[in-house]
Design a protein around this ligand. Structure first.
Ligand code: ADP
Ligand code: MG
Length: 249
């Protein structure tokens, strides 16, 4: 049976909460760390291990909070015309030289596509997260495949936040894998932060994907079944202001 979830827009309340938590946690945490360091100078040798443990664990929380701050950063980013195929090929190269050495990549690109209106670094992050998840889902399957597809998605219009070109036609980017599929119980929460089935996962990858795509005025959805999981992203096509005006309703 097909399992499907569509995510429209960023989880604003979650990012606001993350920003607030990050801010609120850092002050008392540096107090705890400072106190443990002071204590370290006066405790017996036998107890020094404990004060060091407090410092190490405090450092671990600081790292997590730093990641949360990146996630909840609401500052506007620069967007320009981006060739989506350059982004896909860049991520493929990264994957093939690192975490996805043995995986077969299949490309089905529409070479006539115009650029998307996006921040290139953020798009790399989006595609990298999806390809990494796909590779982890395939996990050593002898005939594991990742298929990357691009094309037009007629019939849908996206609004572009913070841009004078308010509406745009979407460009579709699909990352498909031949893994076992998303666990059905997980699907409704797939894009929520801290949702993970991996022992060393953060559960922040797809939350970040949803936030970035939402910030671009795009849509991300997942359709999953055994041997066929597809993450489909719609992104606004880049248009000059004059072209965009002709599109206004
Ligand atoms: P993480 O990778 O750290 O677990 P993500 O937010 O990237 O966090 O993914 C959340 C969860 O969604 C994963 O733990 C996994 O269970 C599921 N998932 C994501 N992508 C896929 C996929 N391509 N196939 C199967 N399950 C997936
Ligand atoms: Mg991940």
């Amino acid at each position: 049976m097909d399992r499907q979830l569509t995510h429209r827009g960023a989880a604003r309340s979650v990012t606001a909460l993350a920003a607030m938590l990050a801010h609120e946690i850092k002050n008392p945490l540096s107090g705890i760390r400072g106190a443990a360091q002071l204590l370290e100078q006066s405790v017996e040798d036998a107890d020094r291990e404990l004060t060091q443990l407090i410092c190490e664990e405090a450092d671990r929380i600081v790292k997590l909070v730093d990641r949360m701050e990146v996630f909840s950063d609401e500052r506007p980013v620069a967007r320009s015309p981006v060739n989506i195929h350059v982004v896909l090929e860049h991520v493929k190269k990264l994957a093939q030289s690192g975490f996805a050495r043995k995986i077969k990549f299949i490309e089905d690109y529409d070479p006539s596509l115009p650029p998307v209106h996006a921040n290139k670094d953020q798009l790399v992050q989006v595609v990298l997260n999806l390809v990494k998840n796909a590779a982890e889902a395939i996990d050593g399957e002898a005939d594991g495949e990742i298929t990357m597809t691009t094309g037009f998605k007629p019939g849908v219009r996206l609004s572009v936040p913070g841009s004078s070109s308010r509406v745009s036609l979407p460009i579709e980017v699909c990352i498909k894998d031949s893994g076992p599929g998303v666990a059905p119980d997980l699907l409704p929460y797939l894009f929520d932060p801290f949702v993970t089935t991996k022992t060393s996962g953060t559960g922040l990858g797809l939350a970040l994907v949803a936030k970035i795509v939402g910030d671009h005025g795009g849509i991300v959805e997942c359709e999953s079944q055994n041997k066929r999981t597809v993450f489909r992203i719609l992104l606004p096509m880049y248009r000059s202001d004059s072209e965009a005006k002709r599109l206004q309703p």
